[in-house]
Design a protein around this ligand. Structure first.
Ligand SMILES: *Cc1c(COP(=O)(O)O)cnc(C)c1O
Length: 431
Protein backbone atom coordinates (compact mmCIF):
# COMPACT_ATOMS: atom_id res chain seq x y z
CA UNK A 1 0.00 0.00 0.00
CA UNK A 2 1.38 3.38 -0.94
CA UNK A 3 0.63 6.46 1.09
CA UNK A 4 2.53 8.87 -1.08
CA UNK A 5 -0.46 11.10 -1.86
CA UNK A 6 -0.46 13.59 0.94
CA UNK A 7 -1.49 16.76 -0.88
CA UNK A 8 -4.23 17.81 1.58
CA UNK A 9 -1.81 17.54 4.48
CA UNK A 10 0.70 19.62 2.59
CA UNK A 11 -1.84 22.32 1.81
CA UNK A 12 -3.32 22.44 5.30
CA UNK A 13 0.12 22.54 6.89
CA UNK A 14 0.96 25.59 4.77
CA UNK A 15 -2.19 27.20 6.16
CA UNK A 16 -1.18 26.37 9.75
CA UNK A 17 2.26 27.89 9.18
CA UNK A 18 0.67 31.30 8.76
CA UNK A 19 -0.88 31.38 12.23
CA UNK A 20 1.07 28.89 14.35
CA UNK A 21 4.86 29.16 14.79
CA UNK A 22 6.28 26.33 12.71
CA UNK A 23 2.72 25.13 12.13
CA UNK A 24 2.78 23.04 15.31
CA UNK A 25 1.98 23.34 18.99
CA UNK A 26 4.97 21.20 20.01
CA UNK A 27 8.20 21.19 17.99
CA UNK A 28 8.68 17.39 18.00
CA UNK A 29 5.76 17.13 15.55
CA UNK A 30 7.27 19.33 12.85
CA UNK A 31 9.22 16.68 10.89
CA UNK A 32 12.26 18.97 11.25
CA UNK A 33 14.72 16.09 11.42
CA UNK A 34 13.28 14.08 8.54
CA UNK A 35 12.18 16.75 6.07
CA UNK A 36 8.86 17.22 4.32
CA UNK A 37 5.65 18.28 6.03
CA UNK A 38 3.83 16.58 8.91
CA UNK A 39 0.67 14.59 8.30
CA UNK A 40 -2.47 16.37 9.39
CA UNK A 41 -4.40 13.75 11.31
CA UNK A 42 -8.10 13.25 10.85
CA UNK A 43 -8.72 10.45 13.34
CA UNK A 44 -7.35 7.45 15.17
CA UNK A 45 -8.91 4.04 15.55
CA UNK A 46 -7.22 1.30 17.58
CA UNK A 47 -3.69 0.84 16.24
CA UNK A 48 -4.28 3.04 13.19
CA UNK A 49 -4.06 6.72 12.32
CA UNK A 50 -5.87 8.27 9.34
CA UNK A 51 -4.64 11.49 7.75
CA UNK A 52 -6.86 14.04 6.01
CA UNK A 53 -5.90 12.57 2.63
CA UNK A 54 -7.55 9.33 3.76
CA UNK A 55 -4.32 7.32 4.13
CA UNK A 56 -4.13 4.74 6.91
CA UNK A 57 -0.98 4.25 8.99
CA UNK A 58 0.06 1.74 11.65
CA UNK A 59 0.81 4.06 14.55
CA UNK A 60 4.08 3.62 16.48
CA UNK A 61 3.83 7.07 18.08
CA UNK A 62 0.62 6.65 20.07
CA UNK A 63 0.48 10.39 20.78
CA UNK A 64 4.11 10.04 21.99
CA UNK A 65 3.23 7.40 24.57
CA UNK A 66 -0.26 7.67 26.06
CA UNK A 67 -2.11 5.26 23.75
CA UNK A 68 -0.93 1.90 25.07
CA UNK A 69 -4.55 0.72 24.57
CA UNK A 70 -4.77 2.18 21.09
CA UNK A 71 -6.97 5.06 19.96
CA UNK A 72 -10.60 5.34 21.07
CA UNK A 73 -10.61 2.31 23.35
CA UNK A 74 -14.32 1.68 24.06
CA UNK A 75 -13.87 1.70 27.85
CA UNK A 76 -12.03 5.00 27.78
CA UNK A 77 -14.50 6.65 25.41
CA UNK A 78 -17.51 5.57 27.43
CA UNK A 79 -16.01 6.85 30.72
CA UNK A 80 -15.27 10.18 29.07
CA UNK A 81 -18.82 10.39 27.70
CA UNK A 82 -20.24 9.65 31.14
CA UNK A 83 -18.13 12.41 32.69
CA UNK A 84 -19.06 14.86 29.92
CA UNK A 85 -22.72 14.62 30.85
CA UNK A 86 -21.91 16.06 34.27
CA UNK A 87 -19.78 19.01 33.20
CA UNK A 88 -16.27 19.78 32.09
CA UNK A 89 -14.74 21.51 35.11
CA UNK A 90 -15.75 22.71 38.58
CA UNK A 91 -12.64 23.96 40.36
CA UNK A 92 -13.83 21.97 43.35
CA UNK A 93 -13.14 18.39 44.44
CA UNK A 94 -14.80 15.47 42.63
CA UNK A 95 -14.87 11.74 43.34
CA UNK A 96 -12.93 11.10 40.14
CA UNK A 97 -9.78 12.73 41.53
CA UNK A 98 -9.79 10.47 44.58
CA UNK A 99 -10.47 7.41 42.41
CA UNK A 100 -7.51 8.06 40.13
CA UNK A 101 -5.25 8.89 43.09
CA UNK A 102 -6.24 5.60 44.76
CA UNK A 103 -5.46 3.66 41.61
CA UNK A 104 -2.05 5.32 41.27
CA UNK A 105 -1.23 4.71 44.94
CA UNK A 106 -2.24 1.07 44.58
CA UNK A 107 -0.26 0.43 41.40
CA UNK A 108 2.92 2.54 41.70
CA UNK A 109 5.29 1.33 44.44
CA UNK A 110 6.66 4.69 45.66
CA UNK A 111 3.31 6.50 45.76
CA UNK A 112 1.50 7.03 49.04
CA UNK A 113 0.10 10.40 48.04
CA UNK A 114 -0.16 11.98 44.61
CA UNK A 115 -0.96 15.43 43.19
CA UNK A 116 -2.46 15.79 39.70
CA UNK A 117 -1.25 18.45 37.27
CA UNK A 118 -1.77 19.01 33.53
CA UNK A 119 1.47 17.89 31.89
CA UNK A 120 4.76 16.12 32.45
CA UNK A 121 6.53 19.47 32.38
CA UNK A 122 4.39 20.73 35.21
CA UNK A 123 5.03 17.55 37.17
CA UNK A 124 8.80 18.02 36.80
CA UNK A 125 8.69 21.66 37.77
CA UNK A 126 6.60 20.87 40.83
CA UNK A 127 8.63 17.83 41.92
CA UNK A 128 11.84 19.84 41.84
CA UNK A 129 10.36 22.70 43.83
CA UNK A 130 9.05 20.15 46.32
CA UNK A 131 12.45 18.45 46.67
CA UNK A 132 14.15 21.81 47.21
CA UNK A 133 11.54 22.90 49.74
CA UNK A 134 11.69 19.59 51.58
CA UNK A 135 15.50 19.48 51.83
CA UNK A 136 16.21 23.20 52.08
CA UNK A 137 18.91 22.69 49.40
CA UNK A 138 19.24 24.21 45.91
CA UNK A 139 21.37 21.92 43.75
CA UNK A 140 19.93 19.28 41.46
CA UNK A 141 21.50 16.51 39.39
CA UNK A 142 20.20 15.57 35.96
CA UNK A 143 21.61 13.44 33.14
CA UNK A 144 22.50 14.48 29.60
CA UNK A 145 19.92 13.11 27.16
CA UNK A 146 17.15 12.75 29.75
CA UNK A 147 14.18 15.02 29.00
CA UNK A 148 11.87 16.20 31.74
CA UNK A 149 9.76 18.71 29.85
CA UNK A 150 10.60 22.33 29.08
CA UNK A 151 11.40 23.38 32.65
CA UNK A 152 13.92 26.27 32.78
CA UNK A 153 16.30 24.63 35.26
CA UNK A 154 16.27 21.36 33.28
CA UNK A 155 16.85 22.74 29.78
CA UNK A 156 20.53 22.56 30.28
CA UNK A 157 23.58 21.04 28.68
CA UNK A 158 26.78 19.89 30.34
CA UNK A 159 29.46 22.55 30.57
CA UNK A 160 32.95 21.80 29.34
CA UNK A 161 34.45 18.93 31.29
CA UNK A 162 32.76 16.62 33.73
CA UNK A 163 31.26 17.83 36.99
CA UNK A 164 30.79 21.39 35.76
CA UNK A 165 27.55 23.22 36.26
CA UNK A 166 25.19 23.34 33.35
CA UNK A 167 24.56 26.11 30.86
CA UNK A 168 21.10 26.83 29.41
CA UNK A 169 20.36 24.94 26.19
CA UNK A 170 17.79 27.51 25.01
CA UNK A 171 17.79 31.29 24.71
CA UNK A 172 15.38 32.87 27.16
CA UNK A 173 16.68 30.97 30.17
CA UNK A 174 18.74 33.15 32.52
CA UNK A 175 22.10 31.67 33.52
CA UNK A 176 20.88 31.80 37.11
CA UNK A 177 18.11 29.28 36.38
CA UNK A 178 20.58 26.55 35.51
CA UNK A 179 23.40 27.57 37.86
CA UNK A 180 22.33 24.96 40.40
CA UNK A 181 21.87 22.14 37.87
CA UNK A 182 24.67 19.59 37.63
CA UNK A 183 24.59 17.58 34.38
CA UNK A 184 26.16 14.12 34.38
CA UNK A 185 26.50 11.34 31.80
CA UNK A 186 23.90 8.55 32.04
CA UNK A 187 25.26 5.21 33.27
CA UNK A 188 28.52 6.79 34.51
CA UNK A 189 28.76 5.75 38.15
CA UNK A 190 32.19 7.30 38.75
CA UNK A 191 30.86 10.77 37.94
CA UNK A 192 27.93 10.28 40.29
CA UNK A 193 30.11 9.01 43.13
CA UNK A 194 32.51 11.95 42.70
CA UNK A 195 29.67 14.47 42.64
CA UNK A 196 28.14 13.12 45.82
CA UNK A 197 31.54 12.92 47.49
CA UNK A 198 32.20 16.60 46.73
CA UNK A 199 28.78 18.15 47.28
CA UNK A 200 26.37 15.47 48.50
CA UNK A 201 25.13 17.64 51.38
CA UNK A 202 24.03 20.39 48.95
CA UNK A 203 22.05 18.25 46.51
CA UNK A 204 18.28 18.54 46.86
CA UNK A 205 17.40 15.91 44.30
CA UNK A 206 18.61 13.68 41.53
CA UNK A 207 16.18 13.32 38.64
CA UNK A 208 16.37 10.70 35.87
CA UNK A 209 14.41 8.62 33.41
CA UNK A 210 14.77 5.06 34.78
CA UNK A 211 14.69 3.86 31.17
CA UNK A 212 15.50 6.78 28.90
CA UNK A 213 13.13 7.36 26.01
CA UNK A 214 14.27 10.81 24.97
CA UNK A 215 17.66 10.04 23.40
CA UNK A 216 16.14 6.93 21.90
CA UNK A 217 15.64 4.03 24.27
CA UNK A 218 18.61 3.66 26.63
CA UNK A 219 18.53 1.17 29.47
CA UNK A 220 20.13 1.61 32.87
CA UNK A 221 23.22 -0.60 33.17
CA UNK A 222 23.20 -3.12 36.02
CA UNK A 223 23.97 -1.34 39.31
CA UNK A 224 23.20 2.15 38.00
CA UNK A 225 19.80 2.63 39.66
CA UNK A 226 20.85 0.63 42.74
CA UNK A 227 23.90 2.82 43.38
CA UNK A 228 21.89 6.01 42.88
CA UNK A 229 19.26 4.78 45.34
CA UNK A 230 21.99 4.10 47.90
CA UNK A 231 23.80 7.44 47.39
CA UNK A 232 20.56 9.44 47.59
CA UNK A 233 19.57 7.74 50.86
CA UNK A 234 23.02 8.27 52.37
CA UNK A 235 23.10 11.96 51.44
CA UNK A 236 19.51 12.93 52.22
CA UNK A 237 18.92 13.64 48.52
CA UNK A 238 15.42 13.14 47.08
CA UNK A 239 15.55 10.50 44.34
CA UNK A 240 13.05 11.49 41.61
CA UNK A 241 12.21 9.01 38.88
CA UNK A 242 10.64 10.62 35.85
CA UNK A 243 8.19 7.91 34.83
CA UNK A 244 6.19 10.18 32.51
CA UNK A 245 7.05 7.82 29.66
CA UNK A 246 7.75 4.53 31.48
CA UNK A 247 4.85 4.70 33.97
CA UNK A 248 2.16 2.07 33.12
CA UNK A 249 4.22 1.47 29.94
CA UNK A 250 7.12 -0.86 30.83
CA UNK A 251 4.80 -2.56 33.33
CA UNK A 252 1.78 -1.73 35.47
CA UNK A 253 4.01 -0.37 38.27
CA UNK A 254 6.42 1.34 35.88
CA UNK A 255 10.18 0.99 35.77
CA UNK A 256 10.45 1.22 39.56
CA UNK A 257 8.55 -2.06 39.83
CA UNK A 258 10.29 -3.67 36.87
CA UNK A 259 13.75 -2.96 38.29
CA UNK A 260 12.78 -3.21 41.96
CA UNK A 261 14.17 0.21 42.88
CA UNK A 262 11.81 2.55 44.71
CA UNK A 263 12.42 6.29 44.36
CA UNK A 264 11.25 8.89 46.89
CA UNK A 265 9.14 10.76 44.35
CA UNK A 266 8.05 9.87 40.85
CA UNK A 267 6.50 11.84 38.04
CA UNK A 268 3.79 10.45 35.80
CA UNK A 269 2.16 11.63 32.58
CA UNK A 270 1.22 10.24 29.16
CA UNK A 271 -0.51 6.86 29.88
CA UNK A 272 -1.99 8.18 33.17
CA UNK A 273 -4.24 10.49 31.14
CA UNK A 274 -5.17 7.97 28.45
CA UNK A 275 -4.79 10.71 25.82
CA UNK A 276 -6.07 13.64 27.91
CA UNK A 277 -3.63 16.20 29.37
CA UNK A 278 -2.64 14.79 32.77
CA UNK A 279 0.59 14.83 34.71
CA UNK A 280 1.17 13.79 38.30
CA UNK A 281 3.83 13.63 40.94
CA UNK A 282 3.67 11.43 43.98
CA UNK A 283 5.66 9.58 46.60
CA UNK A 284 6.17 9.29 50.31
CA UNK A 285 3.56 11.10 52.43
CA UNK A 286 6.30 12.67 54.51
CA UNK A 287 7.61 14.48 51.44
CA UNK A 288 4.27 15.09 49.67
CA UNK A 289 2.83 16.77 52.76
CA UNK A 290 5.37 19.55 52.26
CA UNK A 291 3.09 20.89 49.48
CA UNK A 292 0.44 23.48 50.24
CA UNK A 293 -2.15 23.53 51.71
CA UNK A 294 -0.62 21.08 54.25
CA UNK A 295 2.90 22.43 53.93
CA UNK A 296 4.46 25.62 52.71
CA UNK A 297 5.73 24.68 49.21
CA UNK A 298 3.30 26.34 46.81
CA UNK A 299 1.86 24.50 43.82
CA UNK A 300 -1.59 24.94 42.25
CA UNK A 301 -3.64 24.54 39.05
CA UNK A 302 -7.05 25.86 37.98
CA UNK A 303 -7.80 22.83 35.78
CA UNK A 304 -5.73 20.25 37.71
CA UNK A 305 -7.69 17.06 38.33
CA UNK A 306 -10.09 17.99 35.53
CA UNK A 307 -13.01 15.49 35.56
CA UNK A 308 -12.84 14.57 31.85
CA UNK A 309 -9.10 13.94 32.10
CA UNK A 310 -9.52 11.97 35.34
CA UNK A 311 -12.25 9.80 33.77
CA UNK A 312 -9.96 9.02 30.84
CA UNK A 313 -7.10 8.14 33.21
CA UNK A 314 -9.25 5.96 35.46
CA UNK A 315 -10.65 3.97 32.54
CA UNK A 316 -7.15 3.49 31.11
CA UNK A 317 -5.56 2.31 34.37
CA UNK A 318 -8.51 0.09 35.27
CA UNK A 319 -8.38 -1.54 31.88
CA UNK A 320 -4.62 -2.11 32.17
CA UNK A 321 -5.05 -3.53 35.66
CA UNK A 322 -7.88 -5.89 34.72
CA UNK A 323 -6.65 -7.09 31.35
CA UNK A 324 -2.87 -7.11 32.02
CA UNK A 325 -1.87 -6.68 28.37
CA UNK A 326 1.84 -6.44 29.24
CA UNK A 327 3.06 -10.03 28.63
CA UNK A 328 1.38 -10.18 25.22
CA UNK A 329 2.47 -6.66 24.34
CA UNK A 330 6.05 -7.49 25.20
CA UNK A 331 5.98 -10.73 23.22
CA UNK A 332 4.65 -8.89 20.16
CA UNK A 333 7.21 -6.14 20.55
CA UNK A 334 10.01 -8.69 20.73
CA UNK A 335 8.81 -10.41 17.60
CA UNK A 336 8.79 -7.04 15.87
CA UNK A 337 12.25 -6.01 17.09
CA UNK A 338 13.74 -9.37 16.11
CA UNK A 339 12.31 -8.83 12.64
CA UNK A 340 13.72 -5.31 12.45
CA UNK A 341 17.13 -6.50 13.63
CA UNK A 342 17.37 -9.20 11.03
CA UNK A 343 16.12 -6.87 8.30
CA UNK A 344 18.84 -4.36 9.22
CA UNK A 345 21.48 -7.07 9.36
CA UNK A 346 20.40 -8.43 5.98
CA UNK A 347 20.57 -4.96 4.43
CA UNK A 348 23.99 -4.39 5.98
CA UNK A 349 22.83 -1.23 7.83
CA UNK A 350 24.99 -0.36 10.82
CA UNK A 351 22.51 -0.59 13.68
CA UNK A 352 21.79 -1.43 17.26
CA UNK A 353 18.37 -1.92 18.81
CA UNK A 354 17.31 -1.16 22.37
CA UNK A 355 14.00 -2.14 23.91
CA UNK A 356 12.13 -2.33 27.19
CA UNK A 357 8.57 -3.61 27.35
CA UNK A 358 6.62 -1.91 24.59
CA UNK A 359 9.20 0.82 23.85
CA UNK A 360 12.09 0.42 21.45
CA UNK A 361 14.50 2.31 19.20
CA UNK A 362 16.29 1.06 16.11
CA UNK A 363 19.47 3.16 16.21
CA UNK A 364 21.48 3.70 13.04
CA UNK A 365 24.61 3.38 15.10
CA UNK A 366 26.95 0.38 15.21
CA UNK A 367 27.63 0.84 18.94
CA UNK A 368 25.44 -0.03 21.89
CA UNK A 369 23.89 3.25 23.04
CA UNK A 370 24.39 3.70 26.78
CA UNK A 371 24.57 7.50 27.02
CA UNK A 372 24.06 10.76 25.17
CA UNK A 373 27.60 11.00 23.77
CA UNK A 374 27.12 7.70 21.94
CA UNK A 375 23.55 8.49 20.87
CA UNK A 376 24.76 11.79 19.35
CA UNK A 377 26.69 9.69 16.78
CA UNK A 378 23.54 8.14 15.27
CA UNK A 379 23.30 8.40 11.48
CA UNK A 380 20.39 10.84 11.32
CA UNK A 381 20.44 11.08 7.53
CA UNK A 382 19.99 7.34 7.16
CA UNK A 383 17.19 7.55 9.71
CA UNK A 384 15.44 10.30 7.72
CA UNK A 385 15.41 8.09 4.62
CA UNK A 386 14.19 5.11 6.65
CA UNK A 387 11.42 7.23 8.15
CA UNK A 388 10.19 8.49 4.76
CA UNK A 389 10.29 5.01 3.24
CA UNK A 390 8.23 3.64 6.12
CA UNK A 391 5.76 6.52 5.90
CA UNK A 392 5.26 5.79 2.18
CA UNK A 393 4.40 2.21 3.15
CA UNK A 394 1.83 3.23 5.76
CA UNK A 395 3.99 2.97 8.87
CA UNK A 396 3.96 6.03 11.14
CA UNK A 397 7.15 6.21 13.21
CA UNK A 398 8.34 8.99 15.54
CA UNK A 399 9.90 11.61 13.25
CA UNK A 400 13.29 11.61 14.98
CA UNK A 401 16.03 9.07 15.60
CA UNK A 402 16.15 10.24 19.23
CA UNK A 403 12.68 9.02 20.20
CA UNK A 404 11.11 5.84 21.49
CA UNK A 405 8.73 3.85 19.28
CA UNK A 406 5.65 2.50 21.05
CA UNK A 407 3.58 -0.57 20.35
CA UNK A 408 -0.03 -0.78 21.47
CA UNK A 409 -2.16 -3.61 22.77
CA UNK A 410 -4.29 -3.38 19.63
CA UNK A 411 -1.50 -4.38 17.23
CA UNK A 412 -2.02 -7.70 15.50
CA UNK A 413 0.35 -10.23 13.97
CA UNK A 414 -0.58 -8.78 10.59
CA UNK A 415 0.45 -5.28 11.66
CA UNK A 416 3.77 -6.60 12.90
CA UNK A 417 4.43 -8.65 9.78
CA UNK A 418 3.55 -5.70 7.59
CA UNK A 419 5.95 -3.47 9.54
CA UNK A 420 8.81 -5.98 9.32
CA UNK A 421 8.24 -6.44 5.61
CA UNK A 422 8.18 -2.67 5.02
CA UNK A 423 11.39 -2.23 7.03
CA UNK A 424 13.07 -4.97 4.99
CA UNK A 425 12.18 -3.22 1.73
CA UNK A 426 13.14 0.24 2.92
CA UNK A 427 16.45 -0.82 4.45
CA UNK A 428 17.44 -2.61 1.23
CA UNK A 429 16.48 0.45 -0.77
CA UNK A 430 18.51 2.92 1.30
CA UNK A 431 21.50 0.66 2.04
C1 LIG B 1 7.03 13.58 27.60
C2 LIG B 1 7.93 13.64 28.75
C3 LIG B 1 7.93 14.73 29.64
C4 LIG B 1 7.14 15.99 29.38
O1 LIG B 1 5.78 15.79 29.43
P1 LIG B 1 4.82 16.90 28.74
O2 LIG B 1 3.45 16.41 29.06
O3 LIG B 1 5.17 16.88 27.29
O4 LIG B 1 5.13 18.20 29.38
C5 LIG B 1 8.71 14.65 30.77
N1 LIG B 1 9.47 13.58 31.01
C6 LIG B 1 9.52 12.52 30.17
C7 LIG B 1 10.37 11.35 30.50
C8 LIG B 1 8.77 12.53 29.00
O5 LIG B 1 8.85 11.50 28.15
Amino acid sequence: MSCSRRTQSEREFARALKVIPGGVNSPARAFGAVGGHPLIIDRGEGQYLYDIDGNRYIDFVGSWGPHILGHRHPRVISRIEEALKKGTSFGAPTLLETELAELVAELVPCVEKVRMVNSGTEAAMSAIRLARGFTGRDKIIKFAGCYHGHVDSLLVQAGSGALTLGTPSSPGIPQGCTADTVVLEYNDLDQIRDTFAQQGDQIACLILEPVVGNMGVVLPEPGFLETIRELCSKNGTVFIMDEVMTGFRVGLGGAQQRFGITPDICMLGKVIGGGMPVGAYGGKSEIMDTISPVGTVYQAGTLSGNPIAMASGIATLECLKETNPYPQLEENTQRLTEGLRSAATKAGSPHTLAECGSMFTLFFNPDKVTNYTISARNDVELFARYFQGMLDRGIYLPCSQFEANFTSAMMTDDDINQTIQAAGEVLQEIA
